[in-house]
Design a protein around this ligand. Structure first.
Ligand SMILES: C[S@@+](CC[C@H](N)C(=O)[O-])C[C@H]1O[C@@H](n2cnc3c(N)ncnc32)[C@H](O)[C@@H]1O
Length: 269
């Protein structure tokens, strides 16, 4: 990773190691791990993209193996890479408990320890949001390098103009610049235009889909504000509204994509 100094790097890794020891579902998935009426049980969900049997797959930033497990269930040859050894310990345990041989290694997504053209698919979910934009571009470049020609990648980033993300971005700004709180894993948000620019330079094809058109209730804290802001009985109806907007956004009404909380970048080399 391109960082100012080694202190930052140590602190960055320590946050993930501590998160793995203390509350892995929350540090990896945030409020999506808690609000089951709204999100469903994401801790045991299928991968949010198709997986072909026998293909070589890389999970870049695999966390505790949440997505790696269902990918292996579909008989892909999947490798998990993460910068946190503690996260990898959890992945090993999770995979072995579910009858899979674990194939994981410690590494940095901006400097992938693989040869060119090694994978048919790379995915990276909820990782780029914690990296500087400069490091984010490095990840895209590395993904392109390790993909085989015709290989695909799915990369999840948070959208810049979703009301929830704009509110969070404001609160984060206040906490870092006014209260001087340090947050090595602070969030970065992406505009569709900037993703397209990066992808145009690197990939043959690029499609962006937008997901989650929810109210601004995710303040990234486990202490359930969201129940106060949005009573539980409204979670299911809100989910239905979000799904309807998502369908419109990804089927013709493209301007709505700008307001998605989640952007999925699908590219082909
Ligand atoms: C928010 S979690 C998401 C985990 C997993 N992708 C999921 O969706 O459940 C981010 C993960 O990326 C890892 N990570 C952060 N920066 C990384 C980097 N530069 N290279 C590899 N892994 C990284 C963290 O250790 C953490 O496990």
């Amino acid at each position: 990773m391109i960082v100012k100094d080694s202190d930052f790097m140590n602190e960055y890794i320590r946050v993930w190691d501590d998160g793995a020891s203390q509350d892995a579902p929350f540090i990896t998935l945030g409020v999506e791990a808690i609000l089951k009426e709204y999100y469903g049980d994401l801790l045991d969900a299928p991968p949010p993209f198709p997986v072909d049997k026998g293909t070589d797959v890389l999970d870049l930033g695999c966390g505790w193996g949440r997505v790696l497990k269902p990918v292996l269930d579909r008989e892909a040859n999947a490798v998990g890479l993460d910068i946190s050894e503690k996260m990898l310990d959890l992945t090993r345990r999770h995979l072995e408990k579910n009858g899979h041989r674990s194939n994981v290694l410690r590494g940095d997504g901006t400097r992938l320890p693989f040869a060119d053209n090694s994978f048919d698919m790379v995915y990276s979910l909820l990782v780029l949001q914690h990296l500087s934009k400069e490091n984010g571009r490095e990840v895209f470049r590395e993904v392109q390098r390790v993909l085989r020609p015709g290989g695909v990648a799915h990369i999840r980033v948070p959208g810049r103009f979703a009301p929830e993300n704009m509110l969070f971005s404001f609160l984060q700004f206040v906490s870092i610049h006014i209260f001087r709180l340090k947050d090595p894993i602070r969030m970065r948000f992406y505009r569709i235009g900037e993703i397209k620019k990066i992808c145009r330079e690197l990939f043959g094809e690029c499609e962006i889909t937008a997901h989650e058109f929810r109210p601004p209730w995710n303040l990234h804290t486990r202490w359930t504000w969201h129940y106060i802001l949005v009573p539980k009985f409204l979670h299911r109806p809100l989910r239905k509204i979000s799904d309807k907007i998502e369908k419109l956004a990804n089927n013709g009404a493209g301007f709505l994509k700008h307001f998605g909380v989640v952007l999925m970048v699908h590219v082909k080399k």
